[in-house]
Design a protein around this ligand. Sequence first.
Ligand SMILES: *[C@@H]1O[C@H](CO)[C@@H](O)[C@H](O)[C@H]1NC(C)=O
Ligand SMILES: *[C@@H]1O[C@H](CO)[C@@H](O)[C@H](O)[C@H]1NC(C)=O
Ligand SMILES: *[C@@H]1O[C@H](CO)[C@@H](O)[C@H](O)[C@H]1NC(C)=O
Ligand SMILES: *[C@@H]1O[C@H](CO)[C@@H](O)[C@H](O)[C@H]1NC(C)=O
Ligand SMILES: *[C@@H]1O[C@H](CO)[C@@H](O)[C@H](O)[C@H]1NC(C)=O
Length: 349
Amino acid sequence: MNFFAARSYLLCFILMYSYGQLLPLTSDFIKQGYVSEGMDEGVFAVHILEIKSLIECALRCGMNLLCNAVDFCFLDGLYTCRFRYGHANLSNTITQCEVYEITASKDCPDGLFLRAQGICKINTDECQNDPCLNGATCTNTPGSFNCTCDAGWTGIVCDEDINECLDNPCQNGGTCSNSDGSFTCTCAGGFTGALCNEVLPNIALGKPAAQSSTFLDSNAAYAAAYAVDGNRGTDVVVDKCTITRDGDTNPWWRVDLQAVYNITSVRILNRGINQKGKDISDWLRDVTVTVGLTESDVNTSCGFFAGPGNASQLVVIDCPTLPQGRFVKISKTTEHLILCEVDVFGVPG
Ligand SMILES: *[C@@H]1O[C@H](CO)[C@@H](O)[C@H](O)[C@H]1NC(C)=O
Ligand SMILES: *[C@@H]1O[C@H](CO)[C@@H](O)[C@H](O)[C@H]1NC(C)=O
Ligand SMILES: *[C@@H]1O[C@H](CO)[C@@H](O)[C@H](O)[C@H]1NC(C)=O
Ligand SMILES: *[C@@H]1O[C@H](CO)[C@@H](O)[C@H](O)[C@H]1NC(C)=O
Ligand SMILES: *[C@@H]1O[C@H](CO)[C@@H](O)[C@H](O)[C@H]1NC(C)=O
């Protein structure tokens, strides 16, 4: 016996007759194979070897820093040497010897999982402490847990807000505002839905229209009806837009929606550059939109566009107070109100 083996044998002897006597295996340990229910930390490991002699066991235990107790069994002519690691409340003495497989990496008993070679751990249910936040679903996993986050949240415990606005989710010119776990789209006029991807019906289309005066009245080429004819071209000559007469310094245009609505927004499609290349699209400025229940009183404020407009601009005028009315009026206080199309949006009121 060389020195090392002798030292190990001595250690083994000490272990057997100190730890081995004072901290024998519990019956729980035997029952469960790997883990004692009374353990301090829920971690216990056992390493089983088949050996030829007690000395070999002592040698191996002595070489293993974690080994704090050994047991021996004599089975079918072979010693089974069992190392124990970890801490346990080991108060019962065992009398019988269990047959273990040679490898310590065999499957752990029910309810335990293999954390490392030879180490089984109780699979405690971490979900009982509700670690997942903001409505997330917790799934217990061996040694841990997994949070499946609700929409709008991320992170291991779903505590981090996703800024959905970074992906520009709001369509058709909608404005995005992020909030914890969510976001909101404020839609531009004419659109609705959570992502502003639904087109609102234009309640002015084809409805009776009137205006304060008509440019070149004789052939009515610029009559009020052309603002609700569905033609969205912006060449005033080719595409038929409304124009009020020279000298009319308080021009207005008015549509009869033929039913009462709460108006949400009005859109004006401004004229384009004319055939001579002249751009007078900036004439669309200081435009007031009002709403009324009767033709003679269309005075409820809806919205205002200071302008100036530019060529073929689709001007959106929101009506934040959702005024109620059957008539919608567009007016300004300088000459020439020119409208290539007017869209009105609202909800039945
Ligand atoms: C250890 O086990 C004994 C017997 O089952 C028990 O009375 C004692 O409270 C336990 N000690 C600890 C610290 O768990
Ligand atoms: C956690 O759950 C997600 C979603 O169900 C899944 O993709 C992922 O693989 C899981 N992770 C673990 C470690 O189970
Ligand atoms: C309402 O508008 C009409 C013209 O549409 C005008 O004659 C009348 O004075 C206005 N009434 C009020 C209270 O502003
Ligand atoms: C027209 O005006 C709008 C609003 O000011 C602006 O966003 C747009 O770029 C302008 N278009 C042109 C062609 O100048
Ligand atoms: C419509 O307008 C009327 C009068 O301002 C108001 O009482 C009503 O609540 C509005 N309805 C909607 C749906 O906004």
